[in-house]
Design a protein around this ligand. Structure first.
Ligand code: SF4
Length: 384
């Protein structure tokens, strides 16, 4: 009995110390690697960038207003989708004054289809702050940028480094992936602990002479070479040092927390069209998605329930239940970052005129969320 317990104790003790030794070795390995790699990392990366960089309009300027426009448009958006919006915004709002003096609704209308509409609202608010508090001169320092609406650590680092070469490393998904693979960083990305760890590594690696190009280069490298799936390791200039390539652990990095709860919601839109081809629309208000965009009268239900829809219509338009026969038209499934939407459209054709409706042919003057926009493009079929 005594021997067994002793053996167990010795085994547990051995395991404990072995784990610690491995942790210490691992830590030393990473520290040594960081010291070794930091000597030439920035130089190699910037050389790779000058040979491979994608030619994009916001990379040809140091104008902080234009850089800011591109950064806000490209958040959560691929370059291919964002580029036409960047060109359009540059044309319509060539300077901060033109953006600040326009209506929010006009900004939202031009943002239509790009999603994450709080970016457009903050873009407009920030333009007003710059005109009011900075005499229209767009700031280039991190500490001023970080206080503008819609600008967080990533954007403030990007804009300050691109426009005035401030030494501020950027941390986006591409950078997390590349650094976590090279150094086998086990912190869960996007946690506050991870930000500290990754920033610590990047501060050692970033070029002190050319931080702007370094930041562009590291994001491009993550997106073109160290891709989420099938990274191009054989062509990678860091493969000799990359820990996850050499220990065959690439698929384990970056470490992500997979617990994002997505709420499911069902929106029922009542597409009410009167006898002279007018349609009812409302402006969304309150703290919810699509704030200040337009939509049709809507009721949110757990599942499709025709009775609820009839009751809602009857009270809203003061018409007898007996005359209401909304026809189910179509369903869309639409995914947002934190919500899954089921959107049902119900058509109600009235044989009289409404005075609080707009002409269908004018509907495109109003900003609508993306899924509704695609439904609107089919409205011609209801014209009488
Ligand atoms: S070797 Fe592969 S995993 Fe490592 S940095 Fe290069 S592309 Fe990424």
């Amino acid at each position: 009995m005594f021997t067994f317990q002793g053996a167990k104790y010795i085994n547990l003790y051995s395991l404990f110390t072995l784990k610690n030794v491995l942790l210490i070795l691992n830590f030393d390995l990473k520290k040594d690697l960081l010291n070794k790699i930091s000597k030439n990392f920035a130089l190699n990366l910037i050389n790779w960038y000058s040979d491979n960089k994608r030619s994009l309009p916001w990379r040809e300027t140091k104008n902080p207003y234009k850089i800011w426009l591109s950064e806000i448009i490209l958040q959560q958006t691929q370059i291919k989708q964002g580029l036409p919006y960047y060109l359009k915004f540059n044309k319509i709002f060539p300077n901060i004054e033109s953006l600040a003096s326009s209506d929010e609704e006009y900004v939202l209308k031009n943002w239509e289809g790009l999603g994450y509409y709080s970016r457009a609202r903050n873009l407009h608010k920030a333009a007003k702050v710059v005109v009011d508090n900075f005499e229209g001169k767009f700031p280039t320092e991190y500490k001023e940028l970080i206080n503008l609406p819609g600008i967080g650590d990533y954007s403030a680092s990007a804009i300050s480094s691109f426009s005035s070469n401030e030494i501020r490393p950027v941390l986006d998904g591409n950078v997390y992936r590349l650094i976590s693979r090279i150094f086998q960083v086990e912190s869960v990305i996007n946690s506050s602990k991870a930000v500290k760890v990754f920033k610590g590594i990047l501060e050692k690696l970033i070029s002190k002479e050319n931080p702007g190009d370094f930041n562009q280069a590291i994001m491009d490298y993550g997106s073109l070479i160290c891709k989420p799936k099938n990274p191009n390791c054989l062509k990678c200039i860091f493969k000799k040092d990359c820990l996850s390539f050499n220990f065959k652990t690439i698929s384990k990095f970056p470490v992500k927390k997979n617990n994002l709860y997505k709420k499911s919601r069902t929106f029922n839109y009542l597409v009410v069209i009167d006898s002279s081809n007018k349609i009812v629309i409302n402006k969304r208000s309150g703290k919810d998605i699509w704030h200040n965009l337009y939509e049709f009268p809507m009721i949110e239900t757990k599942k499709i329930n025709k009775n609820d829809i009839i009751k809602h219509l009857a009270s809203k338009y003061s018409i007898s239940n007996n005359f209401i026969t909304p026809q189910f038209d179509m369903t869309q499934n639409h995914k947002l970052s934190h919500q899954n939407l089921t959107i049902n459209y119900w058509i109600l054709s009235l044989d009289y005129d409404l005075n609080h409706a707009i002409e269908i042919k004018k509907i495109n003057d109003y900003p609508f969320p993306k899924p509704l926009h695609s439904f609107i493009s089919t409205l011609d079929r209801f014209l009488k």
